[in-house]
Design a protein around this ligand. Structure first.
Ligand SMILES: Nc1ncnc2c1ncn2[C@@H]1O[C@H](COP(=O)(O)OP(=O)(O)OP(=O)(O)O)[C@@H](O)[C@H]1O
Length: 241
């Protein structure tokens, strides 16, 4: 599957998104608030097909929060996202259908088998069930396919989450700490999957503290922290869904 020609990635402070923009994903002056805390503001980047953006920053700097914004799971405090030059509404419609989001939670039903979980996701995401076998094979899951996901180890469950990327083709992969719990063989397997995805014209935004062995531009959330940060707050009072 080819999503289109590989182009350039430009992390930049001053992009000029427009309907004519070549970039497939573009963020302009994005700001994100969680609870009482403004995590980042004035965040601009653009990501084109065939490219990877690596999100960096210490714990709590907002990497997961940015991925959730891109996935349409939360709304930005300010700023605008563009997909193929078209403004994305606050609901994320038009972009959220283009993304796979693999976050900290596996997104799988513990009592159901690996195969049944992936079959559900293939249907839900509009994929074809004939991709199931290939996705199991790609993550070395064939021998575990009949087992309930809840009976698997943390690394095995992570591989099931990653297999979801393959049951339906979507151009933008949003990966939050995808190497967590993976042994070194499976980290290499993941690197190969990401490389194949972008070689086929896909794109990936990846939050990671671990070197992944893939070429990508880097975006450090510390560069977009508001200067006057109101840090003194009760995290329980600030909690939001
Ligand atoms: N549901 C929530 N309600 C309120 N604040 C939240 C919520 N979820 C996260 N936060 C806060 O947002 C900040 C950023 O969290 P986030 O998970 O985006 O950071 P991160 O850069 O991904 O961190 P890590 O490297 O630890 O994964 C943290 O201070 C966290 O306490």
């Amino acid at each position: 599957m080819a999503y289109g020609a590989a182009m350039m990635l430009h992390p930049t402070k001053h992009p000029t998104p427009s309907p004519e923009a070549r970039a497939t994903l573009n963020a302009q002056a994005l700001a994100c608030r969680r609870g009482q805390r403004l995590l980042f503001a004035g965040l601009d980047f653009s990501l084109e097909r065939g490219r990877i953006l690596i999100l960096r920053g210490p714990n709590g700097s907002g990497k997961t929060s940015l991925l959730r914004l891109l996935a349409g799971l939360s709304r930005p405090e300010a700023g605008q996202l563009f997909w193929c030059g078209m403004a994305v509404p606050p609901s994320g419609a038009g972009l959220s259908e283009q993304v796979h989001y693999v976050g900290h939670s596996s997104g799988m039903k513990a009592a159901f088998s690996v195969t049944d979980n992936l079959r559900f996701w293939a249907r839900y995401l509009g994929g074809a069930e004939d991709r199931l076998e290939a996705s199991l094979e790609a993550l070395d899951l064939e021998a575990l396919a009949h087992l309930p996901v809840g009976a698997l180890s943390a690394g095995q469950q992570r591989r099931v989450s990653l297999a979801r990327l393959l049951v339906a083709p979507r151009p933008l992969w949003l990966l939050d700490e995808p190497t967590v719990a993976l042994d070194s063989d499976n980290q290499h397997r993941l690197t190969g999957l990401i490389q194949t995805h972008v070689q086929n014209g896909g794109m990936a935004v990846i939050a990671t503290h671990t070197p992944l062995g893939v070429d990508g531009a880097s975006l450090d959330l510390r560069d977009f922290q508001p200067e006057a940060q109101h840090m003194a707050h009760d995290p329980l009072l600030a909690f939001e869904d």
